[in-house]
Every structure is written in structure tokens, then in C-alpha cells.
Write a protein that binds this ligand. Structure first.
Ligand SMILES: C[S@@+](CC[C@H](N)C(=O)[O-])C[C@H]1O[C@@H](n2cnc3c(N)ncnc32)[C@H](O)[C@@H]1O
Length: 265
């Protein structure tokens, strides 16, 4: 699982020229109905009860941790490897925040009633190790919930479908460390002996290219691919031309499926 892939912004927020830009990305996503609905469902799958204690790994700005407390009356801790994110979560009123790496969670075994990671495993160096750490800190009978997009499920309508596939493949294989792991989350949980594993798929369909471009940089992926020798510069230019034509003529459609996987320990 690709530890040697390109560093995406979320693999090392604090090392970015402007770490706060990644806080803004999370806020833009949170405002999208698709992401907000996915988050609601994720919180339901945790089956939180008042008095329970939960942990979010890679909590970002901590908004879901606060939502869990407000909606379900459960306590939750936020962990994020980024100091910028941890500080932001604290500033937004999350009481219990730790700047820590999901590969080494600073908690005793069995401490939590449930643990979740939302759009985090796609970015970590060793997802299986992070998952093992999450399982270690959940009590027997507790809940685990994982959510990620799976970039193996991408489709894009531009004129040249072969070129589109090559660019989408580059996104899945190189621009993210574990871009096509999400359809395997259930298997990872099953092979670790978890019970009642469920998988829900939610497809993001983007028809507004401005939204796609602002949020995911789709229009620029071909030039990134050319920089890495995956496309020639002229192929990258052709992708951009095709992309713009698709937008102008109203054919532009991009979709990617997110998997929401839950189980009990
Ligand atoms: C796409 S954001 C998602 C944030 C949040 N879960 C949400 O749903 O808004 C990914 C987060 O994972 C954090 N992260 C990346 N690698 C991590 C690691 N190894 N351990 C803990 N957090 C990590 C990033 O700093 C970032 O805040």
C-alpha cells in the first residue's frame, strides 16, 4: 500500500506553504450536501449513546467530534497528526484534542466505545497499521467506522475516453497514497475477525466543473501526470482542451464512489 506515493496535502498539512488552506478545503467540503449527508450517516453507524467515549483519528477541524457530542450526548476525542488541524479543532471548541499519528495512538487498549476515520486511510503511509491501532483502542463489542472515496470507481465524460482513463488512473495510483483502498476496507475488517461488517456506497456526481475544480483540482491532474512522465505535455494539453470543451458543451460529468464501512469488534 503505497507509502512512496506523492505527498498529498493531507499527508502532511503542516509542511504545506499555507497549512490553513487545508482547513479551508475541509470547510468547503463540509458545506457540500454530499459530504454533510455522508458525515451524518457515519455518525449514525457509530451507534453512539450518551456517556459513551469515542475517538476520531485524523479529525481535521474536529467538527464531527463536536457533532457527536451535540447530537448523541457522547464524548469524543480528536486526534490528528497535524498541529494546524489540532489547534483549529481546539479553537472550535473541541475539548479533548491530541496531535498524534494514527500509526501510534497514545491510548491504552480497549479505551473507546468506537473509533472512526473519515477520509484518512487514503492518506496514511501504512493503512493496515493505522487500522490495527484503531482496533487496539476499541473495547470488545465496540464500533469501528471507516469512510473513504475509492478512486478506482472514477468516471469522467470528456471526448477522449482513453485519455480520461489514463488521467483518472494517475489520480488513483499516484496522486494519493491509497487511492483505491476503500473497496477493500470490509475485507481488512473481516480478516481481523470483526463481526457484522457492513458496506454502504455513496456516489459523488459532479456536473458543476467549478465545484470539481475548486475541491479536487481535476482540471490540473493531466499536467501533474505529464510532470511525472505518465502523459506527454501535448496529451496533457489535449486533456485540458477536451475538459474545457466538455464544460462548454454541457457534457461534463465526473463521478467517484465513497465507501462507508462499519463493523463491531
Ligand atoms: C481529508 S482530511 C479529513 C478530516 C476529517 N476526518 C473530516 O472528515 O473532515 C484528512 C485528515 O487526516 C489527517 N492525517 C493524515 N495523516 C494522518 C496520520 N498518519 N495520523 C493522523 N491524522 C492524519 C490530516 O492531517 C487531515 O486532517
Amino acid at each position: 500500500m503505497g507509502g512512496d506515493r506523492l505527498a498529498h496535502g493531507f499527508t502532511a498539512v503542516d509542511g504545506q506553504p499555507r497549512p490553513a488552506a487545508w482547513v479551508e478545503v475541509l470547510d468547503r467540503l463540509a458545506a457540500e450536501p454530499f459530504y454533510a449527508a455522508g458525515k451524518e450517516r457515519l455518525l449514525e453507524l457509530l451507534q453512539a449513546r450518551p456517556g459513551g467515549l469515542f475517538l476520531e483519528v485524523g479529525a481535521g477541524t474536529g467538527d464531527a467530534v463536536r457533532a457527536l457530542r451535540e447530537r448523541y450526548g457522547a464524548e469524543a476525542l480528536a486526534v490528528d497528526s497535524s498541529l494546524t488541524m489540532a489547534a483549529e479543532a481546539r479553537a472550535r471548541g473541541v475539548r479533548r484534542v491530541a496531535a498524534a499519528d494514527g500509526h501510534r495512538l497514545p491510548f491504552r487498549a480497549g479505551r473507546f466505545d468506537g473509533v472512526w476515520a473519515d477520509r484518512v486511510l487514503q492518506h496514511v503511509a501504512e493503512p493496515a497499521r493505522v487500522l490495527d491501532e484503531m482496533l487496539r483502542v476499541v473495547r470488545p463489542g465496540g464500533r469501528i467506522v471507516l469512510a473513504d472515496p475509492d478512486y478506482d470507481t472514477q468516471v469522467l465524460d470528456i471526448e477522449d475516453q482513453d485519455l480520461a482513463r489514463r488521467v483518472l488512473r494517475f489520480r488513483a495510483d499516484t496522486l494519493l497514497r491509497n487511492g483505491s483502498l476503500a473497496h477493500r476496507h470490509a475485507g481488512l475488517l473481516a480478516e481481523r475477525g470483526l463481526t457484522g461488517v457492513t458496506v454502504e456506497a455513496r456516489t459523488l456526481v459532479v456536473r458543476d466543473p467549478a465545484a470539481a475544480d475548486n475541491v479536487m483540482g481535476l482540471r490540473t491532474w493531466a499536467h501533474a501526470a505529464a510532470t511525472h512522465g505518465v502523459l506527454t505535455p501535448s496529451e496533457a494539453d489535449r486533456f485540458t482542451t477536451d475538459f474545457d470543451t466538455a464544460v462548454r458543451t454541457g457534457r461534463f460529468t465526473y463521478a467517484v464512489t465513497f465507501f462507508l464501512t462499519a463493523a463491531s469488534t
